[in-house]
Design a protein around this ligand. Sequence first.
Ligand code: ADP
Ligand code: ASP
Ligand code: MG
Length: 415
Amino acid sequence: MSLLVMKFGGTSVANIDRIHRAAKRVGLEVANGHDVIVIVSAMSGETNKLVGWVQETSPLYDAREYDAVTSSGENVTAGLMALRLQEMDIPARSWQGWQVPLNTTSAHGTARIEAIPTDNITRKFGEGMKVAVVAGFQGISPEGRVTTLGRGGSDTTAVAFAAAFDAIRCDIYTDVDGVYTTDPRICDKARKLDRIAFEEMLELASLGAKVLQTRSVELAMRYKVRLRVLSSFEEASETAGTLVCDEEDIMESNVVAGVAFSRDEAKMTLVSVADKPGIAAAIFGPLSEAGVNVDMIVQNISEDGRTDMTFSCPNDQVLRAEKAMNDAKARGDFAFADLVVDQGVAKVSVVGIGMRSHAGVAAQMFKALADEGINIKVITTSEIKISVLIDRKYMELAVQALHDTFGLGEELGRV
Ligand code: ADP
Ligand code: ASP
Ligand code: MG
């Protein structure tokens, strides 16, 4: 029996009518002869609401309780989806993460999947169940507490199930009809890609393209899962959507595959720290211990043995970062004159495997931004991406300018 994984994101299960439509799609695949594992997100807006309640109740919240609260949205949609399928005479049962069990680490809020024992669900399929509906995003820690996999984590649940159950494919149903050259909501010239390489998708996701959670792409790459992104609002077909696949399976592509952005950035500068061995460790050690995900780092040229250290981190970690730095100062770990926080920044990145063999992309990117009068605050590069931190008010302009510069709106436009 061939098994298919189908994941429905928040907008695809946003109300009873949408759940009904999603269930019909599942019904089609059952009629095609598949056993199906359906992964559901919470109804759209639900997880944001729950996160807001947690922050309002406790700004420096206990992550275990954050997970207890935020995982609950998926329980509702899993049960409703199973009920709807039963109404359609399809034998279906819902499973919460702990019931599977989906075993994770105990890193609450950003837990990683360690194992998915398949016995329970496989036995149920053997007894005639046609669809297992699994609540995405949630798991259980070795201590027996509910965990969550980070925002957008249902994508990762889906790919992990596809790998564990050796599914023929993992279909991610969402509110766009595939992966685009950039977010179609920001740039109306964005073009849908029929295929994208795992590595490019991985970079785009980690740089802010939330269409897939980064970890889901990592898992798909490692376990060779056939991963497809498609719309739950359009007619189903074998060729719909975007296939995320190996580089070798893509005939032609642009040097730059896409542009990603993240609004969720903050820039922090420690003014006048001593420029001496061990200072970076003294700063970034406590940040890491406080659970702050530092992204970009710049150290200024020093003057009179003192320097400024600038780093970026997600906006919602600024409070933790400030506390970690002020605590370290109070302990006498190191001194600084001031801690300047800029929460009005965004990160814009261009990504493409072609950059490995094609020089000049950085120069072209910086010129396009300069032509729009956009000042670059921090730059980082890797083999297949270049990222810049800029004022958030210029983010959309920057995305559109870069999309144009690299010819992404045109069929196989080349730089
Ligand atoms: P879901 O709730 O189905 O998981 P998400 O909101 O997490 O959906 O992800 C889909 C959204 O990702 C789209 O609505 C789109 O705005 C955004 N997005 C960002 N970058 C891209 C991209 N390159 N291609 C397609 N969608 C993108
Ligand atoms: N509901 C969770 C979130 O909004 C997980 C997901 O939808 O993938 O982040
Ligand atoms: Mg998502």
